[in-house]
Design a protein around this ligand. Structure first.
Ligand code: 6GU
Length: 265
């Protein structure tokens, strides 16, 4: 499948910083044969550079499977100081993301591709991200992820953009950037052709609602610890049964909450 894709042109759409240190927002039309386009709206595009330039995420872009475009929200500030946040009405600590720059940025980005896209605000107030959500998002043609500061977005951003909110767990990060990166990583590996071995996503922990079974590779004996005999037996049915059993035992021992969640469904 991958062989049929177009040649490996430069499809890593991370824009180089311009001389002012900002990111140019070049009009970039979607390459129509990509499976998914991901737009990231952020105040810190640099945060994404290294994770997007390695391994599976790099390969998926190089091969034209996905297209990832970073846009700097600050480029849509309207004053001389490039201001994007302000004090909360009613008082209180911290700064709140102003609606203007985020809105203008989102409207600009939306026009870059014909798909409307699913707009997601990264915030600790969001619905908690999990493997089921990753699977759900992996069916989309386009994701528009908006990373903000942790004190939050002006409420009118969520309402006006009709955005859903996602959190990656019950702890507070300084901003949504790393959360956006976690979501991208989890979603892209589910896209057909993203992993070298087509089977490796479906055996993942959580896909079956269980932790993964223990894995071994060479050598057969390492510092006195032997590979379980059954894995060397060549009996595939027995191995599958053993693995299932191991997965269940480990889940019971380490993540009993996962089994409870299954029972609820
Ligand atoms: Cl999406 N954002 C921030 N700032 N903190 C978080 C988070 C998101 N998810 C968990 N903690």
């Amino acid at each position: 499948m991958r062989k049929n894709r177009k040649s490996r042109k430069n499809r890593a759409h991370i824009q180089p910083p311009n001389l002012l240190g900002g990111y140019k927002h070049v009009i970039m039309q979607t390459n129509s044969d990509v499976i998914m386009r991901i737009d990231i709206l952020t105040l810190f595009p640099q945060v994404f550079e290294s994770p997007l330039s390695c391994s599976i995420l790099k390969r998926a872009q190089d091969e034209g499977l996905i297209e990832i475009v970073l846009t700097d929200i600050r480029d849509f500030a309207t004053d001389n100081y490039r201001k994007v946040d302000d004090k909360p009405y009613g008082g209180g600590p911290g700064m709140v993301m102003m609606p203007g720059p985020v809105f203008d940025c989102a409207e600009h980005v939306r026009k870059l591709s014909p798909d409307k896209g699913r707009v997601i605000l990264l915030t600790p107030q969001g619905q908690k991200f999990n493997q089921a959500k990753a699977i759900e998002l992996s069916a989309e043609k386009r994701l528009i992820l908006i990373a903000g500061k942790y004190e939050g977005f002006d409420e009118r951003i969520r309402i006006g953009l009709d955005a859903e909110q996602i959190s990656i767990g019950d702890y507070v990060l300084n901003g949504g950037e790393l959360a956006a990166m976690v979501i991208i990583d989890a979603v892209v590996r589910l896209l057909p052709g993203a992993l070298g071995d087509e089977d490796s996503a479906k055996d993942d922990s959580f896909s079956a609602g269980l932790l993964e079974y223990p894995q071994y590779t060479r050598p057969e004996v390492f510092r006195g610890m032997k590979v379980p005999e059954i894995l060397l037996s060549g009996d595939h049915a027995k191995i599958a049964e053993w693995r299932k059993q191991q997965a269940l035992e480990r889940t019971k021992k380490w993540r009993p909450d996962l089994l409870k969640d299954n029972n609820k469904k």
